[in-house]
Write a protein that binds this ligand. Structure first.
Ligand SMILES: Nc1ncnc2c1ncn2[C@@H]1O[C@H](COP(=O)(O)OP(=O)(O)OP(=O)(O)O)[C@@H](O)[C@H]1O
Length: 335
């Protein structure tokens, strides 16, 4: 649905060398997925996001959305295509002198729909984002979460194929963040719209994204399914992000541990989380095990679990158990 090929962006600066904000970025989003890009401040996330609708034109490279090479379009065709790419912003960017209703109607008026069609579409959108009761209020009378709902309704007005979210929850408290993220998840599910979001919060990625790319110094340094990246982060910056939200077990347990067996951390994912995999594996040997700690959590809609266990038995048996668990697709790390 979205393809970025070899994107470079250099900002021209007065009295200084150009600043290279994107270096050889390649990215492919499938239709209907929620894709997150995470990075520290200055990593190039906004530049990347704004390259997709060419609000920021790359210095070189190709941007393809819905099969169309945007970098090859003239200004008029680009304006048309942009209607199919909705965008929401950290600070909402609403018209302060217009009501909720008029803010949402704005892109429809630009698209020159009839008054009747505009009224019907605005009513639908108000209902979708839960703001029918506030339709005649002004932005200053709304909470942050309500303002972002107006932003979402406005972005969806022209029925886009893609929704770009620029730090859409960064100005909101945790509870409001959850309600906005669940609205985005609902919209993705109901309308099949492809969502690309940028954030500096791994909690946002864990809560709604299917896949994630990690950016540093204008490059994508790691990408994959959210579950893979969470359970096996490779790059140091990814490990930092994961540790910020991770409920990784271990340190407290191990400092109090005095047993003789070998201690392992086992990560389960998906349906395996609820299967007696450990019991079945140990049963075929003369070893036993003791559970020292365990947790089950969710990443988007996928359950995952972690166990810290002491495996008691001969080295041969314990080696066999670890190998068998790995064969069954579990991540096992000896601590
Ligand atoms: N118009 C500009 N001129 C010069 N440099 C710019 C311009 N816009 C952005 N930059 C620089 O490009 C780099 C990437 O900026 P960008 O806003 O894409 O990063 P970001 O990851 O979104 O960070 P943040 O979360 O702080 O917005 C930064 O170092 C920034 O200072």
């Amino acid at each position: 649905m979205i393809e970025l090929i070899d994107i470079e962006k250099a900002y021209i600066r007065k009295k200084a060398e150009p600043f290279v904000a994107l270096r050889g970025v390649n990215l492919k989003l499938e239709k209907g997925e929620i894709f997150g890009v995470i990075g520290r401040s200055g990593a190039g996330k906004s530049t990347l996001l704004r390259s997709i609708n060419l609000l920021e034109r790359p210095t070189s490279g190709t941007v393809i959305v819905g099969g169309v090479d945007l970098t090859a379009l003239g200004e008029k065709e680009l304006q048309e295509k942009r209607k199919k790419i909705g965008m929401i912003f950290q600070h909402f960017n609403l018209l302060s002198t217009a009501t909720v209703r008029d803010n949402i109607a704005f892109p429809l008026k630009i698209s020159k729909l009839s008054s009747k069609a505009i009224k019907e579409r605005v009513d639908e959108l108000l209902e979708l984002v839960g703001l029918t009761a506030q339709q005649h209020q002004y932005p200053s009378q709304l909470s942050g979460g309500q303002k972002q709902r107006v932003g979402i309704a406005r972005a969806l007005a022209n029925d886009p194929e893609v929704l770009l979210c620029d730090e859409a929850t960064s100005a909101l408290d945790p509870q409001t963040t959850d309600s906005i993220l669940s609205l985005l998840k609902d919209i993705n599910r109901k309308m099949g719209i492809t969502i690309l979001l940028i954030t500096h919060e791994m909690a946002v990625i864990r809560s709604i994204c299917d896949r994630v790319a990690v950016m540093e110094h204008g490059q994508i340094v790691e990408s994959g399914t959210v579950l893979d990246v969470f359970l096996n982060p490779v790059h140091s910056i990814t490990k930092e992000f994961v540790s910020e939200v991770s409920d990784t077990l271990g340190n407290d347990t191990l400092s109090a541990f005095e047993g003789d067996g070998r201690v392992v951390r086992i990560n389960f994912r998906g349906e395996q989380t609820y299967e007696p995999v450990l019991y079945e594996t140990v049963r075929g040997t003369n070893a036993t095990f003791a559970i020292l700690q365990g947790t089950v959590s969710r990443m988007k809609d996928v359950p995952y679990g972690q166990l810290i266990v002491e495996l008691r038995g001969s080295d041969d048996d314990v080696d066999r158990i670890i190998a068998e668990l790995k064969t069954r697709g579990l991540a096992v790390n000896e601590l």
